[in-house]
Design a binder for this molecule. Structure first.
Ligand SMILES: Nc1ncnc2c1ncn2[C@@H]1O[C@H](COP(=O)(O)OP(=O)(O)OP(=O)(O)O)[C@@H](O)[C@H]1O
Length: 542
C-alpha cells in the first residue's frame, strides 16, 4: 500500500550515494543548500570531469559495455532508441551509466525504483527533478505535482520535458554563440529508471510497465532518451512488453575470476603482495559470491591478517615463494570463518530477498520451460546457490558408493586414479549401477551427502597443476572442514521452494529427510558452465 510520505527525491547528491565507491559525485552546480533554487545544471552528474579512458580503467571487465553505451548514446544531440541495461547485482550498471553521463556532461533525471517504491512516488520523483523542485521546509516537503494517475503523469511529464528542452536549447544556442565548440549540455534529456525489475512487483494492474515501455512512442519527443536498468533480462518483461519499440538490450555479465582479480587489485598499495594473497584466497571466495562489494569487504580483514607477520603492513615487500607459503599458513585458520561470513551475507533467507522471489517465480514454471530460463538464473541465483544446485544434481545422479572415488580426500575429482583402478569386476559393477540408475531416475539423498559434495566442489581448485592451484586445493581442504556450511540450509530451502530440489518426507527407518534433484542434465551443465565448473568430470558415466 502506498505510504503517505514520499521519500526525498533522488537528487544529484542521492545519486552520488548510488555509486559511492567509484565516484565522489557532487552536485554539479555550486554547493546547493536546501533553500537555494535549482537550475538546469543540477540535472548534470557533478564532480570532477572524467575521461572515457579513466572510466574504462576504473571498471575492469566492462570496456565493451562502456563502448557500446557510448556508441548508442551517440554524439551530442543524437536522438536514441530506449536502452535496456541489465545484469546481476553489483555488475556496475548504475555506476557506469552515471559515470558516463558525468563524462558526457549531459543532463539526466535519475530515479531508482527501489527508493521510489511505488507508482506515485516514481512519477513525483521524475516530475520534481524535471521541474527543478526540491522538497524542503519552506514548501512543507511537498512535491512539485501530486500525481497518481498515469494519464496525469503523461500530461505533466510532457509539459515538464518541453520546458526543460526549451531551456536546454536556449542554453545550447548561447554556448554556441559564445563559441563554445563543445555545444554545452546539448538538447537531449535522459530519463533513467534504475532497479526497473522491481516495478514488476508493484504492477498488479499491469499499467505501469506498459506505460513506461510505451513512453518513447507516446511522447514522440526525439530529445528524450530513455534508459532502463534492471537486474533481470528483458525476457522477464516480455509478457507485458508487446506492441511497442523494444529497448536495445545491453548485457552486463557476471565478472569472471580474472575480472575480479583486476577489480580487487585496483587501488592496492602493494600490488605484488596483494596478488600473492589473491592467488590463494580469491578462488574459494569467488565461488561464494562475485559481488564486488561483498568480496572486497570479505577479503579486507583476511588480507590484514595476511600482512600481520610483515613489518609495516607489508609496505614495499616483494614476497618470494617461501614468504608466500608462510603468509598462507598464517591465514589458513581464518579462511573458513571468513568464507562463512560471506556465505551468510550472500545468501539471506530466501523469502525476503529478490533472488529468493525470483527463484520462487521461476520455480512455478513448468520443467520444460526451465532450461530456457537459465539465462535468468544467471542473475537470480547466487553463486553459492548454483553450486548447491549442482551438488544436488550430482547427489541424485551419481551412486553414493562412488562419491569417495569421484571426490578424493581433498575434495577433487580424481579421474586418473579411477581409470587406473578400473578392473573388469569394477566395470561389471558399473554396468549394473548404470542400469539401476536408469530404472530409478534421479536418486534421493540425505542432507549430509549433499553437504559433503557441496563442500568438495566449492572448495576445490579446478585443475591443480601449478603451484597456485595446489594452494587452492590446500585451501579447499581447509575450508571444507570449517563451518562454512551452516547456511546451506537456507539456500536449500530456497531451491526446494523453487522446485529445483524436491524434499521428501522423512524416512520412517532412518528418520532423516531425503532430497532429490529435479533438474535436467542440460540445465545442470548450463549452470556449471556459468560457473566455469567442470561438471562432466564429476559425473558418473558409462
Ligand atoms: N568493474 C568494476 N570495477 C570496479 N568497481 C566495480 C565494478 N563493477 C562494480 N563495481 C562496484 O560495485 C558496486 C556496485 O556497483 P553498481 O551499483 O554500479 O552495480 P549495479 O549493477 O547497478 O548493481 P544493482 O543491480 O545491485 O543495483 C559499486 O561500488 C561499484 O563501484
Amino acid at each position: 500500500m502506498d505510504k503517505e510520505e514520499s521519500p526525498q527525491i533522488p537528487r544529484r547528491t542521492t545519486r552520488s550515494l548510488a555509486s559511492t565507491s567509484t565516484s565522489n559525485i557532487k552536485p554539479a552546480s555550486k554547493e546547493n543548500n536546501s533553500l537555494e533554487s535549482l537550475t538546469i545544471n543540477d540535472l548534470l552528474v557533478g564532480g570532477d570531469p572524467i575521461s572515457l579512458d579513466d572510466i574504462i580503467s576504473s571498471f575492469p571487465g566492462r570496456s565493451s559495455q562502456i563502448h557500446e553505451i557510448v556508441r548508442l548514446l551517440g554524439p551530442l544531440n543524437s536522438p536514441i532508441l530506449p536502452m535496456f541495461v541489465y545484469g546481476g547485482a553489483s555488475t556496475g550498471k548504475t555506476s557506469i551509466i552515471l559515470q558516463l553521463f558525468k563524462h558526457l556532461q549531459r543532463p539526466l533525471v535519475y530515479s531508482s525504483c527501489r527508493t521510489c517504491y511505488n507508482q506515485r512516488i516514481l512519477f513525483e520523483s521524475v516530475l520534481n527533478q524535471l521541474l527543478l523542485h526540491r522538497k524542503n521546509a519552506a514548501n512543507c516537503y511537498t512535491n512539485a505535482k501530486r500525481c497518481e494517475r498515469p494519464s496525469d503523469f503523461i500530461n505533466f511529464l510532457r509539459e515538464a520535458l518541453t520546458s526543460v528542452i526549451d531551456n536546454l536549447k536556449v542554453k545550447s544556442e548561447k554556448s554556441i554563440s559564445e563559441k563554445n565548440m563543445h555545444g554545452g549540455m546539448g538538447n537531449m534529456i535522459y530519463l533513467v529508471f534504475d532497479n526497473f525489475h522491481l516495478v514488476r512487483d508493484w504492477d498488479k494492474s499491469s499499467t505501469i510497465l506498459p506505460l513506461l515501455f510505451n513512453l518513447y512512442d507516446m511522447l514522440k519527443m526525439p530529445e528524450v532518451g530513455l534508459i532502463f536498468i534492471s537486474s533481470t533480462s528483458p525476457d522477464t518483461f516480455y509478457s507485458t512488453n508487446m506492441g511497442y519499440v523494444e529497448p536495445i538490450p545491453i548485457y552486463f555479465p557476471d565478472y569472471t575470476e580474472s575480472d575480479m582479480r583486476k577489480i580487487l587489485l585496483r587501488n592496492q598499495a602493494n600490488q605484488k603482495l596483494y596478488s600473492s594473497f589473491l592467488d590463494v584466497a580469491l578462488r574459494p571466495f569467488c565461488r561464494i559470491t562475485r559481488q564486488v562489494g561483498e568480496l572486497s569487504s570479505a577479503l579486507k580483514p583476511l588480507f590484514e591478517k595476511y600482512c600481520e607477520p610483515l613489518s609495516d603492513k607489508g609496505k614495499g615487500v616483494v614476497p618470494n615463494e617461501d614468504m608466500k607459503r608462510r603468509l598462507f599458513n598464517h591465514i589458513k585458520p581464518h579462511i573458513a570463518s571468513s568464507l562463512n561470513d560471506v556465505f551468510k551475507v550472500s545468501s539471506p533467507p530466501s523469502s525476503e530477498t529478490e533472488s529468493g522471489k525470483e527463484t520462487k517465480l521461476k520455480g512455478n514454471l513448468k520443467r520444460s520451460e526451465r532450461s530456457e530460463e537459465i539465462g535468468d538464473l544467471d542473475f537470480h541465483m547466487s553463486t553459492s546457490a548454483k553450486y548447491l544446485l549442482i551438488s544436488a544434481f550430482l547427489a541424485s545422479r551419481n551412486p553414493a558408493t562412488l562419491d569417495a572415488s569421484l571426490f578424493d580426500s581433498k575434495g577433487g575429482s580424481d579421474n586418473r586414479k579411477r581409470k587406473r583402478k578400473a578392473s573388469e569386476k569394477a566395470l561389471e559393477k558399473k554396468e549394473m549401477l548404470e542400469e539401476e540408475l536408469l530404472m530409478k531416475g534421479p536418486g534421493t539423498f540425505p542432507l549430509e551427502r549433499l553437504i559433503a559434495i557441496f563442500q568438495c566442489i566449492v572448495s576445490v581448485g579446478e585443475d591443480p597443476s601449478d603451484e597456485e592451484e595446489q594452494n587452492n586445493e590446500e585451501l579447499g581442504a581447509q575450508c571444507g572442514s570449517g563451518s562454512l556450511m551452516s547456511d546451506v540450509l537456507l539456500q536449500l530451502s530456497t531451491l526446494c521452494n523453487a522446485n529445483f530440489i524436491f524434499k521428501g518426507k522423512s524416512c520412517p527407518i532412518e528418520g532423516s529427510t531425503r532430497y532429490r534433484s529435479t533438474i535436467s542434465e542440460d540445465l545442470a551443465l548450463k549452470v556449471a558452465r556459468s560457473l566455469k565448473f567442470p561438471l562432466s568430470k564429476y559425473l558418473y558415466r558409462s
